[in-house]
Design a protein around this ligand. Structure first.
Ligand SMILES: Cc1cc2nc3c(=O)[nH]c(=O)nc-3n(C[C@H](O)[C@H](O)[C@H](O)COP(=O)(O)O)c2cc1C
Length: 237
C-alpha cells in the first residue's frame, strides 16, 4: 500500500510545538521516525521535573524513571538489538495474550497501516522483523526512557504508570517533542538492569522513545483512527 492510498484524514503533522492541552492531545501520536539531534539538557530537566505531577494511587508514586541519551543510549540500543535477535521476550510483567474480536481487528489494521507507511510488503517477513527491531533502536530517537518499579506488580501499578506515561507524552508536545510508548522496551529487563546498574528488585514495566519527530516522514504523519464517541461514550442524565 502506498501512502497515497491512505486517506488524507489519517495523516497529521506532529512537528511543531503544542501550545494548549487540547493541541497536545490532538497532535500526540506514536512517532516512529526521529531527527538524530539531541534533546537540549534544559528541556530534558524541565520536562522530567514537570512529568512527576502525574497522579498515582494514594500518591504512592511507584515509578523510577531512567532517561538514557548519548553514548549510553547507543550502547543500550546495540545490546537490546543483539538480545532481541537471540530469542523471545522475557518481560517482568505479563503481556496480554488474548483480546476481544473487535480489538483484534483494530490491532490487525494498525499493523497493516504501519507496514504500509513504512513501505513494507505484508509477506516480507524479513522486512517486518527488521522493522520490529527498530523498537530496540528507539526508532532513531536520541533519548530512551525506561520506567521501573520496586512495587509489587499489580493492576494499579499499571494504571499509575499509564498515567505517568501519558503525562510525559503530552508535556513533551509542549517542547515540540514526539514520543512512542513501548512495551517492547520491557522485553529484556535483564539487559536494562545490567546496563543501568539496577538491582533485581527494579522491574522494567515499560519504555518510551523521545525526540524531535522527523518532518515529511510518512511514518510520522500516520494518525491512527479512533472509534466514534457514539460507540464508546455514554452520557447519563
Ligand atoms: C502500553 C503501550 C505499549 C505500546 N507498545 C508499543 C511498542 O512496543 N512498539 C510500538 O511501536 N508501539 C507501541 N505502542 C504504541 C501503540 O501502538 C499506539 O499507541 C496505538 O497504536 C495508538 O496510536 P497512537 O499512539 O499513534 O495514537 C504502545 C502503546 C501503549 C499505550
Amino acid at each position: 500500500m502506498s501512502s497515497n492510498e491512505i486517506a488524507e484524514a489519517e495523516f497529521v503533522n506532529v512537528a511543531g510545538i503544542a501550545t494548549t492541552v487540547e493541541e497536545a492531545v490532538r497532535t500526540r501520536h506514536s512517532v516512529r521516525d526521529y531527527e538524530s539531534r539531541p534533546i537540549e539538557e534544559s528541556v530534558l530537566q524541565d520536562l522530567f521535573q514537570k512529568s512527576l505531577r502525574a497522579p498515582s494511587w494514594k500518591n504512592s508514586q511507584p515509578w523510577k524513571v531512567h532517561v538514557v541519551s548519548g553514548e549510553r543510549r547507543d550502547k543500550m540500543a546495540s545490546l537490546l538489538v543483539e538480545r532481541a535477535k537471540q530469542g523471545e521476550p522475557v518481560p517482568d510483567t505479563i503481556w496480554p495474550a488474548s483480546f476481544p474480536a473487535s480489538a483484534k481487528k483494530r490491532m490487525f489494521d494498525l499493523g497493516m497501516k504501519i507496514y504500509g507507511v513504512a513501505g513494507i510488503e505484508r509477506k516480507d517477513k524479513e522486512a517486518r522483523d527488521n522493522f520490529m527491531l527498530r523498537n530496540f533502536e528507539f526508532f532513531g530517537a536520541p533519548t530512551a526512557v525506561f520506567i521501573t518499579t520496586e512495587f509489587d506488580l499489580n493492576f494499579y501499578i499499571a494504571l499509575d504508570i499509564g498515567c505517568y506515561l501519558n503525562t510525559l507524552m503530552l508535556l513533551a508536545r509542549g517542547y515540540g517533542l514526539g514520543s512512542v510508548p513501548q512495551a517492547a522496551l520491557s522485553a529484556f529487563p535483564e539487559v536494562v538492569r545490567l546496563e543501568l546498574g539496577l538491582s533485581e528488585s527494579e522491574k522494567v514495566v515499560c519504555g518510551l522513545s523521545l525526540g524531535y519527530p522527523k518532518e515529511n516522514s510518512d511514518l510520522n504523519r500516520y494518525h491512527t483512527p479512533r472509534e466514534s464517541t457514539q460507540d464508546i461514550v455514554r452520557f447519563y442524565r
